[in-house]
Design a protein around this ligand. Structure first.
Ligand code: FES
Ligand code: MG
Length: 581
């Protein structure tokens, strides 16, 4: 059997994990080699080479990843050229648009699939391909636990949308124009044109939504090749980035540079100011907390709030700013952005591409200071997310205050309460509810268990009669999440959620609620005694699922403030390597 000669100072082929499957003597090994011949490979093509699993979240249903089947070929090209053996593994796709009740219900399932695939097959290193919202945390959570060398290939943003000479942001402008339709400002004809203009190429949302925020976090963590996260999905540069990732992963395997050496406490401490300075999605708070947990790093809501107070928002990208991801890319992308905040970062930590982050950022220049702002001309003085506390959210809640109308950041108003999303949809325009612009809209039953899956219901619609009066923002409170492309004075992730008896379950229509972002406070202006009386009357709702994955989910899911991982996945403990002989 021919074995590739390992370069000096590196691991030998016999030390590769895959050697157990292919290189030892025995019946099983013989069978693995015979089956690889069945796949059409010569012994010379793979024996003694690092086996690189390409985990691909491509699917016909997922427009954010529809280019990844083709793009995997570029990754393979890189792997072959570096002397590796690429094998593509289709894994579950999490489509933010199509999967119901929400792909958040399935984030941990993809994380499990990722971990178990990497463990159970002859894999020495992996390239993870994804980008639509939960795909990035799911793939990285599973890979962090499996702890092999890994490079992440971000799906890349789609091209900017266009309509009647206006540049459109996916998500953000969908909400905006839907409100315009409800306000009677546009009709069916405009809407059908918008349908074709909002999303005009493969790729994930091109605003600073959850997808762009999380792929930027992946780059800041150091698990992508430099500059990868903002390359437009259909740019030829995306092919080159994919090939570079394939070239790189083979070297990482020979160096045995595992994910645990990249995903350190310092790396997470750098990812937090990155997402905050980007004015990124509130979802990043949940996902980074869960990802860090898989790396044995404890991130808390207070970490986010503390860091947010010291970090200005520098990315002028929608929904908080003006531009789109393509502008951000040509303004210098994440390397130029990180160079702006380098004093906040740990520059001596390694990345998959360089020995230090410092080296990686060398020579990174901002080409458009209106898109990537300098520190002395920020978009906002403080990072985009504030963590609220109070008797309505003992375990915290978050608000993306830079995307809200300023006059609402300190507001007291009477609550109108909806027990679930469907009731809210059915009744929100009912004049009998007496909703005014001062009302605080409260939605419950939308948390990790109640949703289930904590759907992105948090940007509750403004009632039609107020829209027609020109009202575009109101205080809204829920235990749901909100799309990263959304905006408004929406208090999210209220913990504990109402379904488990959190105080949100006790609010009644007419109660006064105070939001004070500067004081980081969210208060239900009802006395403790009365709340106790209501608590005694509260009845826990029945379980959502009687069987299946949902039953496992409801047994294991944690609340928003700790990242919504499964308890049995987040806990420490050993999992043995499978015996391959
Ligand atoms: Fe996939 Fe927005 S729908 S990233
Ligand atoms: Mg989204």
């Amino acid at each position: 059997m021919s074995i590739r000669k390992a370069p000096k100072h590196m691991r030998k082929p016999e030390q590769l994990r895959s050697h157990q499957w292919y290189g030892t003597d025995g019946l099983r090994t013989f069978s693995h080699r015979a089956r690889t011949r069945q796949l059409g490979y010569l012994p010379e093509e793979h024996l003694g080479k690092p086996v690189i699993a390409i985990l691909n979240t491509w699917s016909d249903i997922n427009p954010c990843h529809s280019h990844l089947r083709e793009r995997a070929q570029a990754v393979k090209r890189g792997v072959w050229q570096a002397g590796g053996f690429p094998l593509e593994f289709p894994v579950s796709t999490l489509s933010e648009t199509f999967q119901k009740p929400t792909p958040m219900l399935y984030r941990n399932l993809l994380a499990m699939e990722t971990e178990e695939l990497l463990r159970s097959y002859p894999v020495d290193g992996a390239v993870l391909m994804g980008g639509c919202d939960k795909s990035t945390p799911a793939l990285l959570m599973g890979a962090a636990t499996a702890d092999l060398p890994v490079v992440f290939v971000p799906a890349g943003p789609m091209l900017p949308g266009h309509w009647r000479n206006e540049v459109l942001g996916s998500g953000t402008d969908m909400w905006k124009y839907w409100d315009d339709k409800r306000a009677g400002l546009i009709g069916d004809c405009e809407l059908s044109e918008l349908e074709s203009g909002l999303a005009r190429s493969p790729g994930h949302c091109m605003t600073m939504g959850t997808a762009s925020t999380l792929t930027a976090a992946a780059e800041a963590l150091g698990v992508t090749v430099p500059g990868a996260s903002s390359i437009p999905a259909v740019d030829s540069g995306h092919d080159r980035m994919a090939a570079a990732s394939g070239l790189r992963i083979v070297e990482l395997v020979w160096q045995d540079l595992r994910l645990s050496k990249i995903l350190t406490r310092e790396a997470y401490e750098d990812a937090v100011p990155t997402v905050l300075a980007l004015g990124g999605s509130t979802n990043a708070v949940i996902h980074l907390t869960a990802m860090a947990g898989r790396s044995g790093v404890k991130l808390t809501l207070d970490d986010f709030d503390r860091i947010a107070r010291t970090v200005p928002v520098l990315a002028n990208v929608r929904p908080g700013g003006r531009y789109l991801m393509e502008d951000f890319h040509f303004a210098g992308g994440l390397p130029a952005f990180l160079a702006q905040i380098k004093d906040l970062l740990h520059l001596d930590r390694p990345t998959v591409a360089h020995a230090t982050l410092r080296e990686q950022l060398e020579g990174a220049l901002v080409h458009n200071p209106d898109v990537i702002r300098p520190l002395d001309n920020p978009l906002a003085e403080e990072g985009g997310v504030a963590v609220l506390r109070g008797n309505l959210c003992p375990d915290g809640a978050v608000i993306k205050h830079i995307a809200a109308e300023r006059h609402l950041l300190k507001h007291t108003g009477p609550a109108v309460v909806f027990d679930d999303y469907r009731t809210m949809q059915r009744t929100i325009n009912d004049p009998g509810l007496g909703i005014t612009e001062d009302t605080v809209l409260v939605l419950r039953g939308s948390g990790p268990l109640g949703g289930p899956g904590m759907p992105e219901y948090g940007m509750l619609p403004i009632p039609d009669h107020l829209l027609k009066k020109g009202v575009r923002d109101m205080v809204r409170i829920s235990d749901a999440r909100m799309s990263g492309t959304s905006y408004g004075a929406c208090v999210l992730h209220v913990a504990p959620e109402s379904y488990v008896g959190g105080p949100l379950a006790l609010v009644r229509t007419g109660d006064l609620i105070t939001l004070d972002v500067e004081a980081r406070a969210l208060r239900l202006e009802v006395g403790d005694e009365e709340l106790e009386r209501r608590r005694a009357l509260w009845q826990a709702p029945p379980p959502r699922y009687g069987r299946g994955y949902g039953a496992l989910y409801q047994e294991q899911i944690t609340q928003a403030d700790t990242g919504c991982d499964f308890r049995f996945l987040a806990q420490a403990g050993e999992v043995p390597e499978p015996y391959a002989g």
